[in-house]
Ligand binder design. Structure first.
Ligand code: 5AD
Ligand code: SF4
Length: 472
């Protein structure tokens, strides 16, 4: 079983229901050529979430005033334009529609919150450095009003339709606990295709976990695109006065109580959502495997910022320090993207340095590629394909060496292996280590479905081999 469930590659579920006709966008541009250019970029950025430019504010779903501060009385002109737009917005409201009004550009930057106070018709104020966040802001605003994005689908409805009783095939199973994502990394399509973050209620998850355990499942991987953002409704049996929603740490402790479930994992996590309670659970809950997939994506703060990851490298490193303190036997895995727009050789070197400093047991790495509809596609400084290829090769060489070293470091150790089935050779069994490496060894068929101790005798890039501890 693959352990990265994230993003658009992972799901085998039906495609989301696409919906709705295009929404109308009107941009009024003031001032210089720079602003004309910015307005074009704003249209491009918004096209993928269903906005089509029109040339009048009447009937627009979204009105953006892209302002300029160079001329005298620029702000006054903007306020009087907002007065006219207020009338159109009121008329649209009365007709049962909705209009969103945003002010961008230099006046927005200079006046800031003052605009919202003086002109309540305004929903959003955008500084020039925040255009890449525009889809995120628009998406969040329309979600908060219960509207749908062009490609959004109803997650809640879908979860309700999922049967609680499952008939899993093997001894390790995935259990979806949340879907969607509100992080809006600028390279990623998930927030647009999978929609807003949605967490299943604890009771539903427990019911499904119990049915998995009853069907013989020993290991459950709790999955979600942004799994540690989990905040599902507390169980009905929870004592009154407690929190209305539970975080992932609390959920894990609860699932761990289910008899028959011997191992737990969760993926994929975002560094920003690793809270103290989850770190504590990693330290204390012995059923949680000592293996954490925590994508860093890039080592340069400039690139992390352009990716809208919301943390610096130093913050990630400190977080890893705290996690390792709580769980010293923990191994890490990560995702990396090379050649994100604007990535210089120096930026890339920071990714290499980060990998050397943190040290990973395994990792996935990708060349940046534009996903239609994401802000990354409209960014300056797209990196040459040949440069990406060359950087990816250097990164992967380092990651493979680390993976091999990590696997070799396990030689001589005795590890609990969940036996999933038979291997290729006669009498050979196949299972998974706590670190998810496939492990081959000889043993009786009766061990299938059990967790047995195997002493590791050899290690390759992708797998381990060993002998049954205390066995023949
Ligand atoms: N280009 C390259 N890699 C991407 N990923 C997501 N979007 C892109 C993209 N546009 C990678 C990220 C993520 C993983 C599942 O896929 O590293 O963590
Ligand atoms: Fe995509 Fe970022 Fe959300 Fe992961 S955290 S699903 S990369 S937007």
């Amino acid at each position: 079983m693959s352990h990265t469930i994230h993003e658009d590659t992972a799901s085998t579920k039906p495609a989301p229901k696409a919906s709705t006709s295009p929404k109308k966008l009107f941009i009024k541009t003031y001032g210089c050529q720079m602003n004309v250019y910015d307005s074009e970029r704003i249209s491009e950025i918004l096209a993928p979430i269903g906005y089509e430019a029109i040339d009048t504010p009447k009937d627009a779903d979204l009105v953006i005033l892209n302002t300029c501060h160079i001329r005298e009385k620029a702000a006054e002109k903007v306020y009087s334009e907002l007065g006219r737009i207020r009338k159109l917005k009121t008329a649209k409201n009365e007709a049962g529609g909705k209009m969103t009004v945003a002010v961008a550009g230099c006046v927005a930057q200079a006046e800031g919150e003052e605009i919202l106070r003086r002109a309540p018709v305004v929903d959003l104020v955008l500084g020039p450095q925040t255009y890449h966040k525009l889809p995120e802001m628009i998406a969040k605003l329309s979600r908060s009003r219960g509207e749908n994005l062009a490609t959004e689908f109803d997650t809640k409805e879908k979860f309700d339709a999922l049967p609680a009783a499952r008939k899993p095939k093997g001894y390790a199973a995935f259990l979806t606990i949340q879907e969607g994502c509100d992080k809006f990394c600028t390279f990623c399509v998930v927030p647009y295709t999978r929609g807003a973050e949605f967490s299943r209620p604890v009771d539903q998850i427990i019911a499904e976990a119990r049915s998995l355990a009853a069907a013989g499942v020993r290991e459950i991987t709790l999955i979600g695109q942004n799994v540690n953002a989990y905040h599902g409704a507390a169980p009905r049996s929870a004592p009154p006065g407690g929190p209305a929603t539970w975080g992932l740490g609390q959920l894990i402790r609860h699932v761990a109580k289910i008899g028959g479930v011997e191992r737990l994992r969760f993926t994929t996590s975002h560094p920003r959502d690793m809270d103290d309670d989850l770190i504590e659970a990693l330290g204390q809950e012995s059923k949680l495997m000592p293996y954490l997939h925590l994508p860093l994506q890039a080592g340069s703060d400039r690139i992390l910022k352009a990716m809208n990851r919301g943390h610096t490298y130093e913050q990630y490193r400190d977080l890893i320090g705290r996690i390792r303190k709580a769980r010293p036997d923990l191994a890490l895995s990560s995702d990396f993207i090379v050649g994100f727009p604007g990535e210089s050789e120096l930026d890339f070197e920071r990714t290499m340095a980060a990998v050397r400093e943190i040290g990973y047991g395994s990792a996935f790495s990708f060349k940046y590629s534009v996903r239609p509809g994401t802000p990354g596609g409209a960014m300056h400084g797209q990196v040459d394909e040949a440069v990406k290829t060359e950087r990816l090769a250097r990164l992967q060489k380092l990651l493979v060496a680390q993976q091999e070293d990590f696997n070799k470091s396990l030689i001589g150790r005795t590890l609990p292996i969940l036996v999933e089935g038979t291997g290729k050779g006669a009498g050979e069994l196949f299972g998974r280590s706590p670190y998810l490496q496939g492990t081959h060894f000889t043993g009786p068929q009766s061990a299938i479905g059990q967790i047995v101790d195997v002493t590791i005798t050899d290690a390759g890039r992708n797998s381990l081999s060993g002998v049954l501890s205390g066995g023949p």
